[in-house]
Design a protein around this ligand. Structure first.
Ligand code: NAD
Length: 487
C-alpha cells in the first residue's frame, strides 16, 4: 500500500504526483525508510482548497440521506481494507498490529456513527412575542474545513473530523502529521473507493509549519479542526489572519486518583493500560497517579510488577504485543528527560527506566514502560505532558488534597478515579476540572458522547452529536406572515 501512495497528493478526486520537496517516512521500530511523501507546494494547496470550495456547493446541497449513504460506504470500505491499513499504520507509527487494526475499525465505526447523525440535523421553531412571526433556527454547514492532525492516532483523529464534517455537509482538506502520512493517504484511497464525489475529501502532505500553516492562513478555508500540542494550537489561534471557526483538541497532563476504597486490582490494571498503551503517546494518557496513603505501598508494588510484565516488541513481528516502538526519537528523548529530572529530584525507580536490550530493539525507538514513585510537583513528570511510557506516583492523605493536586495544571483534558465509595465518587467527579472524568474505567472517550478539553487542553468537541455540531452554523430565519387573502 505504501509504495502505491508514495509522493502522491489526493486533490479533487485525483492522485497527483506532488511537485514539492520529498520527505522520508521511517519505520520507528527499525529505522528503515518506508517511502517518501511530497511536501505540498503553495500552488497545490490552492488547488486543493479550490477543489473543496467547488465541491462544497454540491455536497452541502445534497440530501442528507445521500451524505449518509456515502459515509456508510466509506465505513464499509475501511472495514474491508482494515488489515492492509493497519499494516501501513504499524509500519509508520510503531503501535502493534492488533492495536492498529482496532483503530482502523474505530475509524469505520465513526463513519457509520456520523452516517446516522447526518440525517438528524434538525432545526427548531422558536416562539415570538406575536403570533404572526415564526423564528426558524436552521443549521447550515460551515464550508471548507482544514483538518490538521497528529501522529499518535493517525486514523481516528482524522476520522472524527472527516466524518463529522462530511455528515454536516462540509468538505475537507486534510494535512496529516509528517510521521504518519500514509495512513491519511490510505483513508483518501477509501474515500475514492466509496465514490465520495471529487473535491469533498482532499489530502495534502508536508510540514506543519508550511502546509498546515498555509491552511490556517488560507482565505478559502472556513474552519480549522486541529488536534495536536497546546503550543501549536495556540500558534494557530494567534496566527489566523481572519476570523475563522476553530476547534482545538490539545495536550493533556492527566491524573488518576486511587482512593482507599478502590478495588486495587482493577486500579492497577486501569493504570497500566492508560499509562502505557500506545507507549503513553496518548493525549488522555495517565501521566500522574495520586494514591491514598494506606494502600500506596501495595499499589506501587503491583503497578511496578504489571509494568514490568508488559510485552514490548516490533508490532509487525508480534501483532499482539502490549506495546511497540515509540513513533520517533523526539517523544523518546522527552521521556528520558522527564525520567532523569524525576530521579534527580528524589523520585524512586519502580519499573523500567531503560531501553530493552537485544538486536530486535537496536535500531528502533523503544523504551521500557517506566514507573517512578515518591514524586512531587517539582518534577516534570507530574506537571508536564511526557507523551511517553512514564508515569509518576505520589501519595495523598485527604480527598481535598488529591483534588487540589489533580487540578494543579494548566490542562483539563481527562482525569481518572478508582474508588468504590459512592460518596467519594460523587465528591471527586464533581470537582475535577476536566472535560472527561472516567471512574473505575480508563476509556474516557466513547463514540457517542462528547469528548473535549478545558483550559489549555482546547476548545470544542469531537465524538457524539456535539462533534458534528462543530461543523455547523446556526441561522435564524425570522418570517412574518400576513393573514391569507380571501380566507
Ligand atoms: P504537533 O502539535 O507538533 O503537530 C500536530 C499537527 O500540527 C501536525 O500535523 C503538524 O504538522 C501540524 N503543525 C505543526 N506546526 C504547525 C503550524 N504552525 N501550523 C499548522 N499546523 C502545524 O503535535 P504532535 O507532536 O503531532 O502530537 C502530539 C500532541 O497532540 C500532544 O500534545 C497530544 O496531547 C496532542 N493530542 C491531543 C489530542 C486530543 O484529543 N486533545 C489527541 C491526540 C494528540
Amino acid at each position: 500500500m505504501i509504495q502505491d501512495l508514495a509522493e502522491k497528493l489526493f486533490i479533487d478526486g485525483e492522485w497527483r504526483r506532488g511537485e514539492g520537496e520529498r520527505i522520508p517516512v521511517q519505520n520507528p521500530a527499525t529505522g528503515e525508510v518506508l517511502g517518501h511523501v511530497a511536501a505540498a507546494t503553495p500552488a497545490e494547496i490552492d488547488v486543493a482548497v479550490a477543489a473543496a470550495r467547488k465541491a462544497f456547493k454540491i455536497w452541502s446541497r445534497l440530501a442528507p440521506v445521500e451524505r449518509s449513504k456515502a459515509l456508510h460506504r466509506l465505513g464499509d470500505a475501511v472495514s474491508a481494507e482494515a488489515d492492509a491499513m493497519a499494516r501501513t499504520m504499524t509500519l509508520e507509527q510503531g503501535k502493534p498490529l492488533n492495536e492498529a487494526k482496532g483503530e482502523i475499525l474505530k475509524l469505520a465505526e465513526a463513519c457509520h456513527f456520523y452516517a446516522e447523525e447526518a440525517v438528524r440535523i434538525h432545526g427548531e421553531i422558536v416562539p415570538n412575542t406575536t403570533t404572526d412571526i415564526d423564528s426558524l433556527v436552521v443549521r447550515e454547514p460551515i464550508g471548507v474545513v482544514g483538518a490538521i492532525t497528529p501522529w499518535n492516532y493517525p486514523a481516528e483523529l482524522i476520522g472524527w473530523k472527516l466524518c463529522g464534517a462530511l455528515a454536516a455537509g462540509c468538505t475537507i482538506v486534510i494535512k496529516p502529521a509528517e510521521l504518519t502520512p500514509f495512513t491519511a493517504l490510505a483513508i483518501a484511497r477509501m474515500a475514492e473507493k466509496a465514490k465520495i464525489p471529487a473535491g469533498v475529501v482532499n489530502v495534502v502532505t508536508g510540514p506543519g509549519s508550511k502546509v498546515g500553516q498555509a491552511l490556517v492562513e488560507h482565505p478559502g478555508v472556513d474552519k480549522i479542526a486541529f488536534t495536536g500540542s497546546s503550543a501549536v494550537g495556540l500558534r494557530i489561534q494567534q496566527s489566523c489572519p481572519t476570523i475563522k471557526r476553530l476547534s482545538l483538541e490539545l495536550g493533556g497532563n492527566c491524573p488518576l486518583i486511587v482512593t482507599a476504597s478502590a478495588d486495587l486490582g482493577a486500579a492497577v490494571k486501569g493504570a497500566v493500560r492508560r499509562s502505557f498503551r500506545n507507549m503513553g503517546q496518548i493525549c488522555i494518557a495517565i501521566n500522574r497517579i495520586y494514591v491514598a496513603r494506606p494502600i500506596a505501598a501495595e499499589f506501587v508494588k503491583r503497578l511496578g510488577e504489571a509494568a514490568d510484565g508488559l510485552v514490548i516488541a516490533n508490532g509487525i513481528d508480534k501483532p499482539d504485543a502490549d506495546v511497540g516502538a515509540m513513533a520517533s526519537a523526539e517523544p523518546l528523548a522527552k521521556t528520558k528527560e522527564h525520567l532523569a529530572d524525576a530521579l534527580a529530584k528524589g523520585a524512586k525507580l519502580v519499573a523500567g527506566g531503560a531501553s530493552p536490550e537485544g538486536e530486535a530493539f537496536a535500531r528502533g525507538h523503544f523504551f521500557r514502560p517506566t514507573v517512578v514513585s515518591d514524586c512531587t510537583h517539582a518534577m516534570k513528570v507530574m506537571t508536564e505532558e511526557t507523551f511517553g511510557p512514564l508515569v509518576g506516583v505520589m501519595v495523598f492523605d485527604g480527598l481535598d488534597e488529591a483534588i487540589e493536586l489533580a487540578n494543579d495544571t494548566p490542562y483539563g483534558l481527562a482525569s481518572y478515579v478508582y474508588a468504590k465509595d459512592m460518596d467519594e465518587i460523587r465528591y471527586l467527579s464533581g470537582r475535577l476540572d476536566y472535560g472527561n472524568v472516567a471512574v473505575n474505567n480508563v476509556d474516557a472517550g466513547i463514540m457517542n458522547a462528547p469528548y473535549g478539553g478545558r483550559k489549555q487542553s482546547g476548545v470544542g468537541y469531537e465524538h457524539g452529536r456535539e462533534g458534528m455540531l462543530e461543523y455547523l452554523n446556526f441561522k435564524h430565519v425570522r418570517i412574518r406572515y400576513d393573514e391569507p387573502k380571501g380566507r
